[in-house]
Design a protein around this ligand. Sequence first.
Ligand SMILES: *[C@@H]1O[C@H](CO)[C@@H](O)[C@H](O)[C@H]1NC(C)=O
Ligand SMILES: *[C@@H]1O[C@H](CO)[C@@H](O)[C@H](O)[C@H]1NC(C)=O
Ligand SMILES: *[C@@H]1O[C@H](CO)[C@@H](O)[C@H](O)[C@H]1NC(C)=O
Ligand SMILES: *[C@@H]1O[C@H](CO)[C@@H](O)[C@H](O)[C@H]1NC(C)=O
Ligand SMILES: *[C@@H]1O[C@H](CO)[C@@H](O)[C@H](O)[C@H]1NC(C)=O
Ligand SMILES: *[C@@H]1O[C@H](CO)[C@@H](O)[C@H](O)[C@H]1NC(C)=O
Ligand SMILES: *[C@@H]1O[C@H](CO)[C@@H](O)[C@H](O)[C@H]1NC(C)=O
Ligand SMILES: *[C@@H]1O[C@H](CO)[C@@H](O)[C@H](O)[C@H]1NC(C)=O
Ligand SMILES: *[C@@H]1O[C@H](CO)[C@@H](O)[C@H](O)[C@H]1NC(C)=O
Ligand SMILES: *[C@@H]1O[C@H](CO)[C@@H](O)[C@H](O)[C@H]1NC(C)=O
Ligand SMILES: *[C@@H]1O[C@H](CO)[C@@H](O)[C@H](O)[C@H]1NC(C)=O
Length: 488
Amino acid sequence: MADSFRFQYRNSNNFRFDYKRSLSLLFPSRWIPLSLIWAIGFILIVAWQRTAFDRFWIPPRSIPSLRSLVFNLTDFGAVGDGVTLNTKAFERAVAEIRKRGGGQLNVEAGRWLTAPFNLTSHMTLFLAENSVVLGIDDENHWPLMPPLPSYGYGRECPGPRYGSLIHGQNLKDVVITGHNGTINGQGKTWWIKYRKKLLNHTRGPLVQLMWSRDIQISDITLRDSPFWTLHPYDCQNITIRNITILAPLSDAPNTDGIDPDSCVNMVIENSYISVGDDGIAIKSGWDQYGIAYAQPSTNILIRNVTVRSMISAGVSIGSEMSGGVSNVTVENLLVWNSKRGIRIKTSVGRGGYVRQISYRNLTLENVRVGIVMKTDYNEHPDEGYNPNALPVIEDISFNGIRGQGVRIPVRIYGSQEIPVRNVTFQDMLVGITYKKKRIFQCSFVQGRVIGKIFPKPCENLDLYDEEGRLVKKSMSQNSSTDTIDYDS
Ligand SMILES: *[C@@H]1O[C@H](CO)[C@@H](O)[C@H](O)[C@H]1NC(C)=O
Ligand SMILES: *[C@@H]1O[C@H](CO)[C@@H](O)[C@H](O)[C@H]1NC(C)=O
Ligand SMILES: *[C@@H]1O[C@H](CO)[C@@H](O)[C@H](O)[C@H]1NC(C)=O
Ligand SMILES: *[C@@H]1O[C@H](CO)[C@@H](O)[C@H](O)[C@H]1NC(C)=O
Ligand SMILES: *[C@@H]1O[C@H](CO)[C@@H](O)[C@H](O)[C@H]1NC(C)=O
Ligand SMILES: *[C@@H]1O[C@H](CO)[C@@H](O)[C@H](O)[C@H]1NC(C)=O
Ligand SMILES: *[C@@H]1O[C@H](CO)[C@@H](O)[C@H](O)[C@H]1NC(C)=O
Ligand SMILES: *[C@@H]1O[C@H](CO)[C@@H](O)[C@H](O)[C@H]1NC(C)=O
Ligand SMILES: *[C@@H]1O[C@H](CO)[C@@H](O)[C@H](O)[C@H]1NC(C)=O
Ligand SMILES: *[C@@H]1O[C@H](CO)[C@@H](O)[C@H](O)[C@H]1NC(C)=O
Ligand SMILES: *[C@@H]1O[C@H](CO)[C@@H](O)[C@H](O)[C@H]1NC(C)=O
């Protein structure tokens, strides 16, 4: 329809031309300016109509039926005016879907204010184009839940924590998708209250699914979460694809994008994340609570993701990793205008391990520190942590690291207690901005470099040629880069 209208519009130009010429033949020359004004007026009206047409007359994308039973949120009395509280409508809809053994809930265009609600199994939540699920920003509407067992505490206050805006426990086969509709946590009020210490409980995530499996989250936008944005906890088989996660880059505390936490078999791909903390942070519980809960995060693939993070890092592992993190592949990751590219963070007391982590084709555009490993991230739930619980960090490989405008490309600080073992660097070429001698910083690191890399690696690493033959064995794995420059 739009095309045929544009065609008409083009014709109207020709029409104007012909019309003017015929006018000048028919009328004396003093009529020409008048006919010109008329023609210009005509064009302006047509142009205005065309904008109006585009704005008002392109029909909304129709919503596909992805399950045999489909409901609209409005069937349950919801009003999308941004003011009416629709919690009951969401609850009634979910109850109906639960009763019927599954179904799809369409959230149509509009602004649907709600307090937290639960999903159910075999459910698809479909967020239509221009639909916004708005989280109410008054904490009195947010239910409290027991702390996560692997954390022992709310993450920022002892005792219970606020639940998530969209929540689910022990579910199977859950899909949240749409035509890029939005779930908006209206986090600003929460961030301000948190900073002013007006909250007595840990803030809630935007979307949290616990002890669930077969989850797909795709083609939607998540924004302004009060706390972590998307938090799959002790879940299996999760696909997150083609989503956008947004929060302000500063003054939006703890708005991590995605926190895979004690999760197995997970893919995160084709997504854009720009938030006020880590873009993605893989976790598995906190100190003695995480060690006791003992559920690792494993078999995680992150690919074709673009991240921006001015406070923390593009993709992190930890710092809560006490259940262990293994078999993680991060590939085709772009981190731009950020503080750090990737980071592994842990501390004494965590226990657990971080191993079999492979980074391939990492692009770092204007980041201060590219690759970071930090073993003194001393944030503990309480004094009951075990100082002898030492995490293991090993078998980490980097292949294909590119970038420009990077200040410190590598900073790996193992320690006497937590040395970093078996790190491999291959095919690295990063443009730097900082002409300091030690920009590949290491301490307590054992590993190797295969072939030539830039910048020149620290002396802690063994050197191999392209064919994998040892060229030079390091005699100083444990030496520390002299200038520790935490500031940059
Ligand atoms: C849902 O709304 C759409 C239009 O927005 C309509 O075509 C469809 O019939 C409605 N479905 C139900 C189950 O009410
Ligand atoms: C949501 O689920 C949680 C956990 O299963 C439960 O405690 C809570 O009562 C549920 N809320 C509603 C409104 O059903
Ligand atoms: C990604 O999401 C956008 C917006 O919802 C959509 O237009 C596009 O088709 C999606 N791409 C894929 C590959 O699904
Ligand atoms: C989806 O919406 C977000 C926020 O409005 C926008 O930034 C993003 O580009 C959109 N995604 C696609 C694929 O259109
Ligand atoms: C926090 O606790 C204090 C003291 O018990 C109480 O006065 C205040 O209203 C509480 N604030 C919130 C947001 O619940
Ligand atoms: C994983 O979940 C998807 C739905 O999200 C499902 O189609 C698929 O069969 C599941 N795979 C396994 C191995 O359970
Ligand atoms: C990578 O993700 C973007 C969306 O962020 C998408 O447009 C593009 O098609 C994806 N590339 C591949 C190779 O899947
Ligand atoms: C590691 O994870 C990938 C998915 O990213 C999976 O295909 C592979 O089987 C896993 N490897 C092992 C040894 O479990
Ligand atoms: C490397 O990743 C970038 C995105 O960061 C992508 O554009 C490029 O195609 C990838 N290269 C290969 C060889 O996959
Ligand atoms: C070192 O790590 C690589 C993976 O990066 C692995 O293939 C290799 O087996 C490890 N070497 C040892 C000695 O564990
Ligand atoms: C370096 O320190 C680690 C642990 O602190 C130790 O196991 C290793 O033997 C030391 N290596 C050398 C060459 O001194």
